[in-house]
Design a protein around this ligand. Sequence first.
Ligand SMILES: *Cc1c(COP(=O)(O)O)cnc(C)c1O
Length: 465
Amino acid sequence: MNLLRNIPPIHELLNDNRIVVEIKQHNISYEEAKQSLQDSVQSVRDEILNDEFSNFSVDDLFDLIIEKTIKQIEQHKIHNLQPVINGTGTILHTNLGRARLAPQAIDHVVNSASYYSTLEYDITTGKRGSRHDLVEQYITSLTGAESAIVVNNNAAAVYMVLSSFAKNYEAIVSRGELVEIGGSFRVSSIMEESGTTLKEIGTTNKTHLFDYEQAIHNETKMIMKVHTSNFYMSGFTSSVDRKDLANLAHRHNLIYYEDLGSGLLYDLSGQGITDEPIVKDVINKGVDLVSFSVDKLLGGPQAGVIAGKKKYIDTLKKHQLARVLRVDKMTYAALEETLRLTLTNQVEQIPTLRDILKDSNTVQDEVMVFLEELRDFEQLIVEPCEMKSKVGGGTLPEVELDSFGIKVKCQVQTAEQLSQQLRTCSIPIIVRVENDSVMIDFRTLERHEQDEIRKALQELNNRLK
Ligand SMILES: *Cc1c(COP(=O)(O)O)cnc(C)c1O
């Protein structure tokens, strides 16, 4: 308790030479440094109350606060959005920003953001152009759709389609498809928000064509299918073929719309991804409109695409919501380059796809090289370990990919404590904890990230000596 009374005042800490140097070096303001010091003092205070420094001197305390503060400043704590290393093995981790962009896409973003651009300008005529034209041809080439529009995300796409074509009317959806996706997306809520009345049909496990047919009356405007991946139910289930649904809709002058979720553009069945429909196949079946995310299996920036019949997409382009839900030039830049790489068969340049396609032997080789370079590890036990990666992204929780990584254990600290310390590295390392071991999956790690992890483990080991 004596220590508590001896916590140095902030002004004294601020005048310490190490902090003065830090302020200069990182070009941070006096106020930011003060805030960092206050945070450190608070955390030291908590630690003292937990009796963590029983044999500390007052001088030790001063140094400890300074060290903590410097670490916090160097960790780029000045930004709230920080880069992290994803060792969880979930490729599309929604909490960690889903897809990371291809280097070429990043270059295109930087270029488009540093210069003025042709966002809405036609170079040939010198007159106003349309942002809708920037990526439409890529999408139509890749999907076979007549036309397409880009909006803020797939949730926005669903909202826009419903508001534009079914507001104040009914849309029919199978009960089996009204599930919550990715922890926060509910079709029923978006539908309510859009002013569309939801007509639920069928039972949770079975819906037949006659269920749809019987539900159609003069207030019906749309038949909607929501792709939920069939992992929710296996066995005694059935849903109706999309070709039959499209035909039924057209016989009654209704729009047939599918929310596809992930937006798969080509075959990934070799990777066990068999439940995701390929957009081109869906369009081919006579579907009027589809929508999908761009930052899931496409590996692009956050955005949503609506693709389908030209007459409907033209209506959407003219709708007020097109202005409300439009995306900015940086998103277009990242999307254009991601689509260009896809169209020109360079998907291995797109990190999400590269990581899904990587075979486990390649990952294992990287782990072995990593381990060879670890030296003098007395305090930590680091072992190679088989593991399963997940594709993630909300729609594919059932897909597991064979993978490889390392398992880290320690005699004197729990796995939770180790993982907490890995989160305090200059680039925080996010890991999985399983059976009281830290698990780091190498599938999503680039070489320089592996180097960061090696450095972090080395430091951790030395600290524990
Ligand atoms: C992920 C998903 C959404 C939401 O997409 P966002 O791009 O995250 O807004 C909607 N519908 C389905 C079926 C999805 O899988």
